[in-house]
Design a protein around this ligand. Sequence first.
Ligand SMILES: Cc1cc2nc3c(=O)[nH]c(=O)nc-3n(C[C@H](O)[C@H](O)[C@H](O)COP(=O)(O)OP(=O)(O)OC[C@H]3O[C@@H](n4cnc5c(N)ncnc54)[C@H](O)[C@@H]3O)c2cc1C
Length: 432
Amino acid sequence: MQDEYDVAIVGGRCAGASLAIRLARAGLRVCVLDRARFPSDVPSTHGIQPAGATILRELGCFDTLAARTDPIVRGTVVVDDARIEFDRGDELLGAPMLNVRRGVLDAVLLDAARAAGAEVRTRTVVTGLRHERGRVAGVVTPDGPVPARLVVGADGAGSTVARLVGAGEYCRTPAERVFLWGYFEDTDHPPGHVWLGRIGDHGYLASPTDGGAFLAVVAASRRRRAEVLSDRPGAFAEGLRSWPELEAVVAGGRRTGPLHTVPDRDGFFRRSAGPGWVLVGDAGHVKDPTPGQGIADALRQTTALAPAVVAGLADGDDDADLDAGLRRWWTWRDRDAWAMYWFARDLGAAGPVPLLTREVMRRVAADPRRCRTLLRVLNHDVPPGDLLTAPLALGALGGALLHRPGERRRLLREARAAVVDEVRHLRPPRAA
Ligand SMILES: Cc1cc2nc3c(=O)[nH]c(=O)nc-3n(C[C@H](O)[C@H](O)[C@H](O)COP(=O)(O)OP(=O)(O)OC[C@H]3O[C@@H](n4cnc5c(N)ncnc54)[C@H](O)[C@@H]3O)c2cc1C
């Protein structure tokens, strides 16, 4: 007789493991299946926003992770000549940022899922779905079927569950940057400091990470992809030259291991709930990685999904409640992610910083209240519209037109494009 679970979760990293912790603690019978061996890395950088650190604290994993790395409480944000320094970010945002490699983070989460009572099957690939009465009713693996009342696809951007249920995509946006990153030893970096930047044609993220290492990321425009891939060290060094202060930190250390990159990862939303299934984390929605919110958002999504699953499964055999709860969660996910999706796309856009954005960022940098709002936007506490208000945009446009009379046409073009974009993306399409 096969074990029957309440929930089978495909994928055991930040989305799958965090959901498993919550569901198992609520008393559900949970099976997590992941084809990977743990601990192991994923091709991704790993700055966890304070909002994510707060959830890790709720899950009881924060202290273990904070003991492995230097929590980040101060930083430098640079957008061309606009510069913002912040300190005690943990006081403003309720927690420090954490930067731990996924080999560490995901293993800690999976251990907590096991301790909560979930069964964890690593090195187990899900190849198919079970169906009963027109509903998904478990998964199929090479070792046999795993029956479950609900299947959660937490299996990343290339989700097998999404493919098997035929979950359609909407609002796809192309990746515009190539991320290149490396780890350095013996750098003389200030403790607990993060660098975020966009200078010329490059984006940057750098901070201490676990094991005393220093992570530095350079993101070049996608049109230079072939050039970047043919000479990673050359492209990385060239990127760092545009930010001499960061270059100096890295130059004082020694790179360990290769420079990493990933294939293009487009942004998208997917239909994320149906009879007996739901998609969470990257399986259901991917945005440009520039604001570094994927992990914190996966944790945020599972925090909201867990009560819907517990309530839906509480009622014996009535699947209608479960399905309705999952659809409501999907609608919430789209609303929650919508403005941030377009903000992330703009942050990660290829090419040099638009003139209007430069002027906006100068004004933000000059105003401590706006600086705090920027940090809260990056933490997904408040929507980007709280920072990019009409008075700020109009003031920036007026100032730029006055000081750059030779650039009037370009500025007006940028302003017009921003307004059209704003109107087009006022609200998400209706989910269910
Ligand atoms: C270049 C880059 C940089 C990034 N930088 C950051 C950053 O600094 N900060 C941040 O917060 N986010 C960042 N992100 C985003 C972040 O990596 C993702 O949002 C996050 O990994 C999503 O987690 P997940 O648990 O949904 O999926 P994943 O981490 O992709 O995990 C999916 C799991 O599912 C398993 N799986 C897949 N298919 C199957 C199957 N058929 N059977 C069994 N198991 C399966 C996989 O083995 C994997 O373990 C970055 C992304 C990229 C591409």
